[in-house]
Design a protein around this ligand. Structure first.
Ligand code: HEM
Length: 464
């Protein structure tokens, strides 16, 4: 038996030995490597390198041409062996075959078509009121604590805003997380992600029963909440009540068979997690970098002041005028792509960067690596919003924090509208700085967030 397995491993390795990279330097594969290690490998081996985990080969690709060909084409599907890891979490169905995890083209396409209208520009315009309202809650909260001279964990606060937004606009439920202490939802998302990452990366995790139990419970909480909110909405529709045309309404359109019911819950969990966490993390990193660079902070604030003056309600038209603020947000996602990578299955041979890649292997794209390679971004560790100035050369398939092509992020515009509203209000109304000793490290829980939770002290009283 062992010899059959070893000859299979040998056969797989032989096919890709001509590619540089690590064969058994990674008994643990691509997934087990930290993003930092992957950047070092990218710098050492170049834009295409191989990684093996026993009988599996994964090719890391950071070559713009191949990125364009593979990600932009619908014929290269997501690698099912990668995304099936998110189907269940410790025996509990997690993201199943929802929009992010569906690898099969038809299963994915049906859902994407149903969900698209909830992200049309007309619909998104209508969300400005909610973005303003939920951000105002944060401003009120900050005003309350402004005089107390207490440092504030900004990451937790922006997390409450993005949770409030997704619950309200996606599911029609107003939870006001800033007023809640110890809501299980806030921890649930982090626990799911933490469990997911440990499950994939840490070979000794199997024995950590406690974290497994917490992650399982978190998944259960999200799915049970989904069950209830879906049922409430169905009842409201049956009673002839006026219901919003939101994400939940679209999710309900998937109903039909029992299989569809599970898929509705998959998408509930998908939107609960994808629709909130990554934007909160982006905001935290942006606040961190603004606190670190007073001149960038000043310029962003000057722009906001010029556009908004003292007015409270930010309009859709205002968003288009925040040129520099957009650059700040784009540069934030360059250095900190909060959802750092994606995978595709290469079903046929391909030549990438002059190297023959055998068909039948997984191709990994890391925005984190690409966006930190000196080859594509000069002085890559420097936070420099000028890279996204209208006159600067456009990055060519080496900048993709929202992925690219047909499987690009559905919530890209939504998230950046929300991020601009929160950040513009913060700049308009408060002055903030980082506490001494603020860590700039990144915590990798599958998505990236600032390690320290971002402590920002004493917002002084508002100017107006
Ligand atoms: C800064 C914020 C965000 C970032 C950086 C981000 C990034 C990404 C990335 C990289 C993917 C591709 C994942 C993969 O290939 O495995 C993705 C997919 C997705 N995102 Fe986002 N996302 C953000 C916000 C949002 C929001 C706010 C929503 C919903 C309200 C959302 C919904 C989705 C969905 C549904 C998909 C799957 C799309 C498909 O395959 O058809 N995202 N996102």
């Amino acid at each position: 038996m062992a010899s059959i397995f070893l000859s299979h491993v040998w056969a797989v390795l032989k096919r890709s030995f001509h590619l540089i990279g690590s064969a058994f330097s990674t008994a643990f594969s691509f997934f087990q490597c930290s993003n930092h290690v992957l950047v070092l490998r990218g710098e050492k081996y170049g834009p295409v390198f191989r990684m093996n985990s026993f009988h599996q080969t994964m090719i890391a690709v950071h070559c713009p041409e191949a990125t364009k060909i593979i990600l932009m084409s619908p014929k290269y599907l997501k690698d099912p062996s990668v995304y099936k890891r998110l189907f269940n979490l410790f025996g509990k169905r997690f993201m199943g075959t929802g929009l992010i995890t569906a690898a099969d083209h038809d299963v994915w396409y049906r859902q994407r078509r149903i969900m698209d209208p909830a992200f049309s520009s007309t619909y998104l315009r209508g969300l400005m009121g909610t973005f303003n309202e939920m951000s105002e809650r944060l401003m009120d909260h900050l005003e309350e604590i402004a005089d107390t001279k207490t440092p504030t964990i900004m990451h937790d606060l922006v997390n409450c805003v993005t949770l409030d937004v997704i619950c309200k606009v996606a599911f029609g439920v107003d939870l006001n997380f800033l007023k809640q202490t110890d809501s299980p939802f806030q921890n649930a998302v982090e626990l799911c992600l933490r469990g997911m990452v440990l499950d994939v990366r840490d070979p000794f995790f199997a024995v950590r029963e406690l974290i497994r139990r917490y992650s399982r419970e978190a998944v259960e909480l999200l799915r049970k909440t989904g069950e209830k909110w879906i049922q409430d909405r169905k009842t409201a529709i049956e009673n002839g009540e006026d219901v919003p045309k939101d994400i939940l309404t679209q999710i309900l359109k998937m109903a039909g068979t029992a299989k569809d019911h599970e898929q509705m819950l998959d998408n509930f969990v998908t939107f609960f997690i994808a629709g909130q966490e990554t934007t909160a993390n982006q905001l935290s990193f942006a606040i961190m970098e603004l606190g670190r660079h007073p001149e960038i902070y000043k310029r962003a604030k000057a722009e906001v002041d010029e556009i908004l003056g003292t007015k409270r309600d930010i309009s859709y038209e205002d968003l288009g005028k925040f040129t520099y603020l957009s650059q700040v947000l784009k540069e934030t996602l360059r250095l900190y792509p909060t959802a750092p990578g994606t995978n595709r299955w290469l079903h046929e041979d391909m030549v990438i960067n002059g190297l023959k890649i055998p068909g039948g292997c997984s191709v990994a794209f890391s925005a984190y690596v690409s966006q930190r390679m000196e080859k594509y971004f000069k002085d890559p560790l420097k936070f420099d919003p000028e890279r996204f100035d209208v006159n600067a050369p456009k990055p060519y398939y080496c900048y993709y924090p929202f992925a690219l092509g047909p499987r690009t992020c559905l919530g890209q515009v939504f998230s950046q509208m929300e991020a601009k509203v929160v950040l513009a209000k913060l700049l308009q109304r408060f002055e903030f700085s980082l506490v001494p000793g603020q860590s700039f490290d990144i915590k990798d829980t599958g998505t990236l967030r600032p390690k320290s939770g971002l402590i920002s002290p004493n917002p002084p009283p508002p100017h107006q």
